[in-house]
Design a protein around this ligand. Structure first.
Ligand SMILES: [Zn+2]
Length: 489
């Protein structure tokens, strides 16, 4: 077995990944705040999540994946300032917060489907019998009781305090004299230098963050709590949902680099402040997509491009997926249309090769020479998810098959595609169906010609050939009608 290694932000090292429980991996990834369409930069993060999950599966791990949908409590500044993002959109669009959240959740799910990003099963489609599920896509508003329970533990442990404006986490007490953040490795003064902190008059320190917000009568979404009606802070959502489904210590937690100093630092503080156990064993962060400000692709100025912009420019969303896969997750990726079009060319190259595969190559074992490529692909994945190298190996495999005129590489290519996930198996099926359709059409035309010529022997032979393809033929007044034969796929 090859060890899988990944960069752990907690230790600032590429480490060998060893899950706590055998082949089971517990994985939590921060999900979207559903108040706007997810732009391509956001979507890069979800392609990364999907790729990491698939790379773990390639290594034989059973990944239990939880992703949240933030539908309350995320303010326009990550650090407890401004308006609730969902409610801001709700007011602007004249809708209820619930309607806003549903609309943008549906849009997010649609974009993920177009990018072949596999989301965990939506809690709203899971019935009571199978709870708690191994993997779940879950909403903050459905887990208020879990959050309240967690806040009660924090308060009991002396790390939370209640004021008129809310329940706050005592950051200075948690961090101790150094004030260092374990993930950011910054002290509170460094972390907040130059950042204007909105200071509620009754907070003990401007660094403290809200676990539960009280006395905000204009906030539309409110719940009862031991401290009064209010709503949860953003950070507590992730801790509560991660622990609810994955336990108090989880193997992997991922998110964007921007989450390190505030959101994830706060998640660690409140989770460990409640349980006394390590919250996360491997913290993994993806870098940004840059250069979108200048992207000429979106018509309306002042917003980042979204997937619909690519589709409008006649670019297959999977080209964007491949663009992301071709870059190292820890490196910034420059976005521009030329880069996406170059990825589209590689996508076309792989699809074209797949469609041209002869039946003999699909039925046979792969050529012995392909084994070396599998090793190299696997090594690249396991080396801190070096996807640009993995992609190069995939393209080389196809180039070598062409050079040798030996197409016996399908099983290797399809295994690679379980990680890259361009849907090549689907491409192959579609091309075989088209070929069958074309053959069927040809046979039907020949048979009709034979009938016209009263060559019944030939017509019967052709009927048998058509039946062998899985179709039944009936001659009617309007001409021959074909139906699928029972028991054929
Ligand atoms: Zn989170």
């Amino acid at each position: 077995m090859k060890p899988f290694s990944i960069y752990n932000t907690l230790t600032r090292k590429v480490e060998e990944f060893v899950p706590r429980h055998g082949r089971i991996v517990t994985y939590y990834s921060c999900g979207p705040t559903v108040y706007l369409p997810q732009h391509l930069g956001n979507l890069r993060a979800y392609v990364f999540v999907d790729t990491l999950k698939r790379a773990l599966r390639f290594n034989g791990y059973d990944v239990r994946h939880v992703m949240n949908i933030t539908d309350v409590g995320h303010l326009t500044s990550d650090a407890d300032a401004g308006e609730d993002k969902i409610e801001k959109t709700a007011r602007a669009e004249g809708k209820s917060p619930l309607a806003v959240a549903k609309y943008y959740t549906d849009q997010f799910k649609r974009d993920c489907a177009r990018l072949r990003i596999e989301l965990p099963p939506d809690e709203e489609s899971i019935t009571g019998a199978v709870r708690p599920p191994a993997s779940i896509l879950c909403r903050a508003t459905n887990h208020i009781a879990d959050m309240i329970g967690l806040i009660e533990r924090i308060v009991r442990n002396g790390l939370g305090y209640v004021t008129a404006s809310g329940v706050y986490f005592d950051v200075e007490k948690w961090r101790g004299p150094s004030g260092m953040g374990r993930l950011s490795r910054q002290s509170l003064t460094e972390q907040h230098a130059g950042q204007r902190l909105e200071h509620s008059a009754d907070k003990r320190s401007p660094h403290d963050f809200a676990l539960w917000v009280l006395n905000q009568p204009h906030h539309l979404m409110q719940w009862d709590s031991p401290w009064g009606r209010g709503y949860p802070g953003w950070h507590i959502e992730c801790s509560a949902m991660a622990m609810r489904y994955l336990g108090e210590t989880i193997d992997i937690h991922s998110g964007g680099l921007d989450h390190i100093p505030v959101h994830h630092e706060n998640e660690i503080a409140q989770s460990e402040g409640a349980t006394g156990q390590p919250f996360v064993r491997y913290f993994v962060h993806n870098a940004f997509l840059v250069g979108m400000e200048g992207a000429k692709i979106s018509k309306s100025a002042g917003r980042f491009p979204v997937l619909d912009d690519l589709v409008a420019a006649a670019i297959d969303p999977l080209a964007f997926r491949l663009l992301c896969f071709g870059a190292k997750y820890r490196s910034e990726l420059a976005f521009n249309l030329d880069a996406v079009r170059a990825a589209a060319k590689n996508l076309g190259y792989l699809q074209e090769f797949t469609r041209s595969l002869p039946e003999s190559a699909i039925g046979a074992d792969d050529a012995a020479w392909a084994a070396e490529y599998r090793e190299r692909f696997h090594d690249a994945l396991n080396n801190d998810l070096n996807t640009p190298v993995a992609l190069a190996v995939m393209l080389e495999l196809v180039a070598e098959a062409n050079r040798r005129q030996d197409p016996r590489v399908w099983h290797t290519l399809n295994d690679f595609d379980q990680v890259v996930n361009l849907g090549l198996a689907h491409e192959l099926r579609a091309s075989r169906e088209e070929a069958t359709d074309a053959r069927l059409q040809g046979l039907l035309e020949q048979r009709e010609a034979a009938r016209q010529a009263r060559d019944y022997q030939r017509s019967d032979d052709l009927r048998r050939e058509i039946e062998a393809l899985g179709w039944e033929i009936k001659d009617t007044k309007e001409g021959p009608r074909i139906t699928r034969r029972r028991g054929t796929p």
